[in-house]
Design a protein around this ligand. Structure first.
Ligand code: A3P
Length: 293
């Protein structure tokens, strides 16, 4: 039973996807040179990373807004710790945009100068778990058994890429004063995408014209991203035979409250108890269903 989750690589208590990282790079993360104008999106997996990548790349790249630029979103805002890199992205001209799933204690220490900026996106963990469950099932070799009970145990115990959701969110929140960081909530983005785009651009001190804002909002909606091959990540699923044939997409549903269709009453109550135990003293707000607002 010991070696059950062979795709996980544990480093200092945090689970990476062993097929995506390179041990040398991970061991030297601390000293990676940060530039003052670097921008990082940091998330726990399945919390809105690709969505925020799209928004960030649209804020920064005029060509992307005009649809004149050929690069996929993943290449404009590459994963910092993953070895899937099209070009030598670490040495790109500034401003460099990155995304990452790293916990607060593994990021380069240069981020503590507070000059480079971090956008931390979080999502209610029942929807994170639901999204993660479908994602894991879609990816070959992720041993979900297509069984939510089995996956829920793994998720709550942190036997997944990203380790325990509770630790990731709590860690970043409790250490927020060490960084220049903006917390964004997936559900708020869903409720009011325009205000979210403005909030992000203000944080980045990027002036946008009314036309720009409109283009960014339009191109960041779920439907638009899903039908845009540069934004929907479907291309990446062709790597390494990752995907089970004909099963699923990165952009699956993009809604708030889908967990209601996947958790039993008993599972939901059990989840609530564990959530309370782990998070009750944290002042972060969560939205579990948009209709109940
Ligand atoms: P679902 O599986 O619930 O649909 P990540 O990028 O961190 O892996 O997160 C993926 C989740 O974000 C998926 O959730 C995906 O559909 C959702 N998502 C991506 N783009 C979105 C958008 N424009 N609007 C709403 N949700 C989006």
């Amino acid at each position: 039973m010991d070696n059950k989750y062979t795709h996980l690589l544990n480093f200092k208590g945090y689970n990476f996807d062993s097929s995506l990282v390179d041990a040398d790079f991970i061991e030297n993360l601390d000293d990676f040179e940060i530039r003052d104008d670097d921008v990082f999106i940091i998330t726990y997996p399945k919390s809105g990373t690709i969505w925020t990548q799209q928004i960030l790349s649209l804020i920064y790249f005029e060509g992307h807004r005009n649809r004149t630029e050929d690069l996929a979103t993943l290449d404009r805002v590459p994963f910092f710790e993953y070895k899937i890199r099209k070009t030598d992205f670490l040495n790109r001209p500034s401003p460099r945009l990155f995304c990452s799933h790293l916990p607060y204690y593994l990021v380069p220490k240069g981020l503590k100068s507070k000059k480079a900026k971090i956008i931390y996106v979080y999502r209610n963990p029942k929807d994170v778990m639901t999204s993660f469950f479908h994602f894991s099932y879609m990816m070959a070799g992720r041993e979900t058994g297509n069984n939510m009970e089995h996956f829920m145990k793994r998720f709550l115990d942190g036997n997944v890429v990203g380790s325990r959701w509770f630790d990731h969110v709590r860690g970043w929140y409790e250490h927020r004063h060490d960084f220049s960081i903006l917390f964004m909530m997936y559900e708020e983005m869903k409720k009011d995408l325009r205000s979210s785009v403005l909030k992000i651009s203000r944080f980045l001190e990027k002036e946008l014209s009314e036309e720009d804002v409109e283009a960014i909002v339009k191109q960041s909606t779920f439907q638009n991203m899903k039908s845009d091959p540069k934004a929907n990540y479907d291309g990446i699923l062709k790597f390494n035979d990752w995907k089970r044939p004909a099963e699923g997409h990165f952009l699956r549903k993009g809604t708030v409250g889908d967990w209601k269709h996947h958790l039993t009453v008993e599972q939901n109550e059990r989840f609530d108890k564990i959530f309370q135990r782990n998070m009750k003293d944290l002042p972060l707000k969560f939205i579990w269903d948009l209709n109940e607002e």
